[in-house]
Design a protein around this ligand. Structure first.
Ligand code: ADP
Ligand code: MG
Length: 246
């Protein structure tokens, strides 16, 4: 009987239940579960395993360069933003409303850490996230454009609820790239959320995009439905070096 039930579970794609059926039966016996409670236990087991696997897949697709969490972020060192503000961001209503977040500040103030931590939490809440450095994003878009696949590249981004673009502004863009980036921003506008980190203030971004008209069009779309924060203070990277030198 057991192999037959297992096969039926596999036929209806309840693979986790099929794999662990004996364990759940044993649990039901030991705890005198009713038929209904047993079924509930089995289905709960299936959904929990599926959720865990989905998160693992989403973590892989997100392409985080490393895992940083908000719990590891020291809000006593970085006081420009409060834990309360970030906890509000972690409700992700802004993702549901397709709003953008922009994190600005000098190197080492924690922009990438916050972006990674928020991205990681979003994945664990079931959102699909993609993390890209500005440089890699531009390289991908240029390659897609040269191969005549720019539109399908944009379509692929539809998979994600949040795209994090790290380090906008470190390297200036060539003119044609400004146009590609504009098309990307236009595609995402009111369609999905972007989180951008930059060492430059938004007001300085036009020098980075080369063309003022394109820069204005990009900023117009990006800043509409967006919240920006400026992270002030010293570099966390130099924190211990400074202490040693004192
Ligand atoms: P930025 O992107 O602003 O240049 P990062 O986020 O990459 O800076 O931070 C540099 C390093 O310092 C990272 O290892 C990061 O985890 C750490 N860091 C920065 N700010 C904090 C903070 N407030 N609490 C804990 N670690 C921090
Ligand atoms: Mg950074």
């Amino acid at each position: 009987m057991l192999p037959q039930v297992k096969q039926t579970l596999r036929d209806v794609r309840l693979y986790h239940s099929a794999k662990e059926l004996e364990t759940v039966i044993e649990f039901a016996k030991n705890n005198d579960l009713s038929f209904l409670d047993f079924l509930d236990e089995l289905l709960k087991f299936e959904t929990t395993c599926r959720r865990k696997n989905k998160i693992k897949r989403h973590e892989k697709f997100a392409n985080f360069p490393c895992i940083k969490t908000i719990d590891e972020f020291d809000f006593r060192f970085q006081t420009s933003v409060s834990k309360k503000d970030i906890n509000e961001w972690l409700t992700f209503s802004w993702l549901d409303n397709r709003e953008n977040k922009i994190l600005m500040g000098a190197p080492g103030v924690g922009k990438t850490h916050l972006a990674l931590g928020i991205g990681f939490s979003a994945v664990h809440k079931g959102y699909r996230v993609l993390f890209k450095s500005m440089q890699t994003l531009m390289e991908d878009m240029i390659i897609a454009d040269r191969g005549g696949e720019f539109n399908s590249y944009l379509k692929k981004l539809h998979l994600f609820d949040l795209i994090i673009i790290d380090e906008l502004g470190y390297l200036p863009l060539a003119n044609a790239c400004g146009n590609l980036f504009f098309q990307f921003i236009n595609h995402c506008y009111e369609n999905k959320s972007l989180m951008i980190t930059s060492n430059k203030m938004c007001s300085e971004w036009d020098t980075f995009f080369g063309d003022r008209t394109i820069a204005a069009a990009i900023l117009d779309r990006l800043l509409h439905h967006s919240e920006s924060i400026y992270l002030d203070g010293d570099s966390y990277r130099l924190k211990n070096i400074d202490k040693k030198n004192k």
